[in-house]
Design a protein around this ligand. Structure first.
Ligand code: GUN
Ligand code: FE
Length: 414
């Protein structure tokens, strides 16, 4: 049994978090007890300024793109062709993929990310290697082989039937019920034939798997989709891809009818504010989406996104909401607070994804947690979560714990 005391990050209702002094006990990888204190003076001396926080959940990222962060900001389609597809081809060499997977795991842990919804490349072998490595380390989440049978260089395309076989094998080896599971991952409509999308929809449904893809990120992309397939949302719906287990990354350029279809099917939009900024894709109107009753998760979208830290992505979510044209009027503009953003990157993402075992410090949850020692004092009368979010420094993270085991120790750890 291990006991740690400090300021606990806890849900406070209204999709917000608050901090409360307290203590958690961990045994056999699980949180056994969460005991709030009535007074901060009960925290032991070493934990006085410590924040104890559930591990962060990144609901959309690309494992093979970590080395491409910041590479040549240009619009989505040329960026994919000139930057990303060449980078993803490197994963056709399994040694290159495996060495990068090891580095990506370290970078996730050093940023406090313990839960992921991740894309691999089209390579089946590299995808299995990623699933094995993330599972061995104890991560929570899903990883999917990027399904691509058209619309990209030959080295990144596979036969439709081969991809469907690969997906079935992966679903058998890493079933959706697992702590780390396979996600059905048609990259986006421009890289998938109708036959492939249909098979993806069927398998996602019959296996109860998370389905992840991209939607309405960039105006040129939307025009290209519209020209060939008609309405973007409808063309996914035709293949039965809209569901409460479906994650559509971006979803910036949507009209009211699109929003209604996504809301009615309880589909999720992965809001990726840093990526939207880097590729100048537009600013997603979070408030408008929420008013349409759409379900949102938050993702770094590395490598279009440039921040590994979900705290910084949470901050970017606030900044994106601040940028929404003030002419839109208050009805379409509401800026989330830091306590909302802390909730989103922990309990909010977990709850929307249906992951009941992580995201919240509560009895019986997996002990996936972070020990954070900020070098700003904990002052009464200010909102500590606002101070911590806006002055965030990754070096404050002293320990990342997965299933009760310390898997990363920061430099500041004594
Ligand atoms: N759309 C299709 N593939 C991608 C990708 O890798 N990144 C982003 N941001 N959008 C995409
Ligand atoms: Fe993406």
């Amino acid at each position: 049994m291990r006991t740690i005391s400090g300021q606990l990050l806890l849900p406070a209702g209204g999709q917000r978090c608050e901090t409360r002094p307290g203590r958690i006990s961990i045994e056999d990888g699980v949180i056994r007890e969460v005991e709030p204190f009535s007074n901060a003076s009960e925290i032991d001396a070493t934990g006085r300024d410590t924040l104890l926080c559930p591990g962060f959940i990144d609901a959309h990222l690309h494992l093979p793109q970590f080395d491409s962060i910041g590479a040549a900001g240009m619009p989505l389609l040329p960026w994919l062709n000139q930057v990303i597809f060449p980078a993803e081809m490197r994963w056709n060499q399994i040694d290159d993929a495996e060495s990068m997977i090891r580095r990506v795991i370290q970078q996730c842990l050093a940023a406090g990310t313990t839960g992921i919804c991740a894309f691999s490349t089209v390579s089946h072998e590299a995808t299995l290697a990623a699933l094995q490595a993330f599972q061995a380390k104890g991560f929570r989440g899903v990883i999917g082989q990027a399904l691509m049978d058209c619309g990209a260089p030959d080295a990144l395309l596979r036969e439709t039937n081969e991809l469907i076989d690969n997906l079935e094998t992966t679903l058998d080896q890493f079933p959706p019920s697992g702590r780390l599971a396979t996600a059905v991952t048609p990259r986006y409509i421009l890289s998938c034939s109708a036959e492939l999308l249909s098979a993806a929809g069927k398998l996602a449904k019959s296996r109860g798997a998370i389905m992840q893809t991209h939607l309405a990120e960039n105006v040129d992309e939307c025009a290209a989709v519209e020209a060939v397939h008609g309405n973007y949302v409808d063309s996914y719906a035709q293949h039965d891809l809209l569901s409460e287990r479906a994650i559509f990354a971006h979803g910036i350029h949507l009209d009211e009818a699109d929003r209604a279809k996504l809301a009615d099917t309880r589909s999720m939009i992965a809001h990726c504010p840093t990526a939207n900024q880097f590729l100048s894709s537009g600013t997603m109107n979070r408030h408008q989406h929420l008013k349409s009753k759409m379900r949102l998760v938050l993702g770094s979208d590395i490598g279009a996104g440039f921040e590994r830290s979900m705290v910084r992505v949470g901050r970017a979510m606030i900044q994106a909401a601040m940028r929404i044209d003030e002419d839109a009027g208050d009805e379409l503009r509401e800026v989330p607070t830091a306590p909302h953003a802390w909730y989103q990157i922990t309990a909010g993402n977990a709850e929307t994804l249906g992951w009941t075992d992580v995201g919240v410090l509560r009895e019986g949850a997996s002990a996936d947690l972070l020990v954070i020692k900020p070098d700003v004092p904990w002052r009464e009368g200010t909102c500590p979560l606002s101070t911590l979010m806006w002055s965030w420094d990754d070096r404050w993270l002293t320990e990342t714990i997965l299933r009760g085991e310390t898997v990363f120790r920061g430099r500041n750890e004594a």
